[in-house]
Write a protein that binds this ligand. Structure first.
Ligand code: HEM
Length: 418
């Protein structure tokens, strides 16, 4: 177990994030090294990067998650008692639930159908309005579709408020300001809402389709053989719904890419599945979203000539690795073709916007196929919209985590073409 070391506190974790996506890459450049030793409020921190570093980090002898995730991140983004914070057997048993729910093509297909149907249903409303903010519209589309797919009852008129809360959870994890407190309030509301649903499903006061996400989470037995506490069940339901709605960040980034590199619009609108998938990979690689992941060393370990003491924090620089010239050649060029031209498959430790390695056994995101499938389908639909792009602030600050085009991507939608 991790020795009783000081836990990262609010101010430390906020400092961890305030320098943004360039924090570790800048330090690497300044030091001329891949591994950067640093400190945060007395806690030694090691920023690591590259496929070998990723392999190192995902070995539980080197890095564990328990007592590693700062409270402000648990209180907003993940929830307390979440799968993200477990190690070993407990993690494996909880993770199997997510793998069964999310990594199955037969379950992903109806979600993609629901998302595209919700998008198509929303377009006429966008045409009637003077202009829309793509990020805000995408999150409502995704909220409606994922709640329906997961078996969470959602009255039509509540979707915008739920969508706002779900994106607030992501928007507020890396700051100490008002966005952070908005995220905490959103988490309080949504955990109470879903814990009630789990209670009602268990007591028979509410019904949910057999095999739905709600049904599976309500009936799941943890490593101790017990059902999840209703609050933890709500946390894990949110860990399916919240990141699915977060695909709206990548939809907004796709809108940004279509404005900056309009030559791709026609090819994307053509709907070739291989190109749409390459687009989704390049958007996930190129644009900043999850900055880094990490945990704490359970014992002293060596990495890249550094002695990492027990209890130290080890961070894998996801954004940095997705822009590593050794891996990508021209990392700052947006070029979906790079994923079509490849001579070999993408290695499990190379493209890391959602973690690395094997999601069935480690902490890698189990929602990657969902993300790629939903994003490719929506990017094609976005490319088919007949739009004007009004004057707006399209800058993306690398100092703000999570990043987004400042305007949220404002579009004037005339209809669907092509
Ligand atoms: C874990 C990113 C979408 C469910 C993660 C991790 C990252 C990530 C970086 C941590 C990996 C690690 O610690 O090793 C993203 C991004 C997404 C996304 C950028 C794009 C929107 C999704 C979706 C779902 C999902 C759509 C579910 C439908 C999860 C869960 C975990 C996770 C349950 C925890 C896994 C574990 O601790 O074992 N994700 N994710 N994510 N993600 Fe995603």
């Amino acid at each position: 177990t991790v020795p009783a070391m000081r836990r990262p506190r609010l101010d430390n974790s906020v400092r961890l994030f305030t320098q943004g996506y360039a924090w570790l890459p800048d330090k690497r450049r300044a030091l001329g090294r891949r591994t950067v030793p640093t400190r945060l409020g007395g806690l030694p921190v090691f920023g690591i990067e590259g496929p070998e570093a990723a392999r190192f980090l995902y070995d539980e002898d080197h890095v564990r998650r328990a007592h590693a995730i700062p409270e402000p991140v648990q209180g907003t983004l993940f929830g307390k008692g979440a799968v993200h914070t477990l190690d070993g057997h407990e993690h494996r048993v909880r993770k199997a639930m997510f793998v069964a729910l999310l990594m199955d093509d037969d379950r992903i297909a109806p979600l993609v159908e629901g998302v595209t149907a919700a998008w198509d249903a929303a377009v006429p409303g966008w045409v009637r309005r003077e202009q829309v903010v793509l990020f805000e519209e995408a999150r409502v589309v995704l909220t409606r579709a994922v709640c329906d797919w997961a078996g969470v009852p959602l009255p039509e008129d509540e979707a915008p408020a739920v969508a706002r809360d779900l994106t607030a959870l992501v928007d507020g994890f890396a700051t100490g300001g008002p966005r952070h407190w908005r995220a905490r309030r959103a988490r309080g509301r949504r955990e109470a809402w879903l814990a009630r649903l789990v209670d009602d499903v268990r007591s028979g006061a509410a019904t949910t389709p057999q095999g739905s996400v709600v049904d599976v989470v309500a009936r799941h037995r943890d490593a101790d053989g017990e059902h999840l506490d209703p609050h933890v069940a709500a946390v894990e339901l949110l860990n399916v719904i919240r990141p699915t709605v977060a695909i709206s960040w990548f939809v907004a980034f796709s809108g940004h890419a279509l404005v900056r590199w309009p030559r791709y619009r026609k090819q994307l609108a053509g709907g070739d599945p291989a190109f749409a998938e390459a687009w989704a990979h390049e958007v996930r690689r190129f644009y900043p979203f999850a900055p880094f992941i990490g945990g704490r060393a359970p014992q002293a370990v060596e990495w890249d000539g550094e002695r990492i003491p027990a209890g130290a924090m080890v961070l894998l620089d996801l954004y940095g690795q997705d822009h590593d010239a050794d891996l990508w050649g021209d990392p700052y060029t947006f070029r979906p073709e790079r994923f079509l031209d490849r001579e070999r498959e993408i290695g499990a430790f190379e493209l890391v916007p959602q973690g690395a390695g094997d999601p069935r056994t480690n902490h890698r995101c189990p929602g990657e196929q969902v993300t790629v499938a939903v994003l490719s389908a929506l990017a094609v639909r976005l490319a088919r919209l007949d739009v004007e792009v009004p004057e707006q602030d399209l800058r993306i600050s690398l100092r703000r985590i999570p990043a987004l085009p400042a305007s949220g991507m404002v579009l004037r939608v005339h209809g669907t073409s092509g």
